[in-house]
Design a protein around this ligand. Structure first.
Ligand SMILES: [Zn+2]
Ligand SMILES: [Zn+2]
Length: 207
């Protein structure tokens, strides 16, 4: 048999060792890439019809590729990964019911854990590897390569209800960003006033 991706002889495996290792690394990176991708894109109006970059022209991914944005924003990455999880599970345990939707990170982790079995027994291993490679390449064209490092700079101080509950999610920053956005509640901290306020209300012992 030959590797489903690079066609080298593999004995009785569907993926060669090199491509199996690469697939594992890509599956491990996908959730981070996806989170960064979401940060790069914001819907201009309701829905995903029009998408603008939040990061100005200095970003690594100009010019914007509308097709890539469209595919990503419609959740294609998560859909592709989930479809393969369903398919692997059906081949391996035909009597089990299909796994429920559990999100990109969980699906990618599950596939990575089953990688040895996939390389050896999953006839569509080559397709899986090829599709994940494409998704990763598309995401990196938008996000940049390597993925920019994020640093936790404090906790979100926004009130999220009428009872004075504070959001409290970690606020992260990466080099070049002039504003901070809470990934949990989407509050934006921008400008001296707002950043000083954020600093002032940090819980004790943090930041
Ligand atoms: Zn190969
Ligand atoms: Zn928040």
């Amino acid at each position: 048999m030959n590797c489903g991706l690079c066609d080298v002889p593999t004995g009785d495996r569907y993926l060669c060792g090199r491509d199996a290792a690469k697939l594992g690394a890509r599956l491990a990176d996908l959730p981070t890439l996806y989170a960064e991708l979401v940060e790069c894109l914001v819907p201009r109006r309701a829905g995903w019809g029009e998408i603008v970059s939040t990061k100005g022209a200095a970003g690594p991914r100009s010019p914007l590729d509308e097709d890539v944005l469209d595919e990503m924003s419609t959740g294609r990455m998560a859909a592709v990964v989930h479809a393969h999880r369903v398919s692997v599970q059906r081949v391996r345990w035909p009597h089990h019911s299909a796994p429920p939707a559990s999100g990109l990170a969980a699906d990618a982790r599950w596939l990575a854990m089953e990688l040895d079995w996939i390389a050896e027994h999953y006839p569509e291993a080559g397709d899986l590897a090829r599709e994940v490679r494409t998704l990763e390449a598309q995401a990196r064209r938008v996000v940049g390569d390597p993925v920019p490092q994020r640093k936790v700079v404090g906790q979100c101080i926004a009130l999220v209800d009428d009872h004075g509950t504070v959001c409290g999610a970690d606020i992260t920053h990466k080099a070049g960003e002039s504003r901070l956005t809470c990934r949990a509640c989407r509050t934006v901290y921008e400008g001296q006033q707002s950043l000083l306020l954020l600093l002032h209300f940090q819980p004790k012992g943090v930041a």
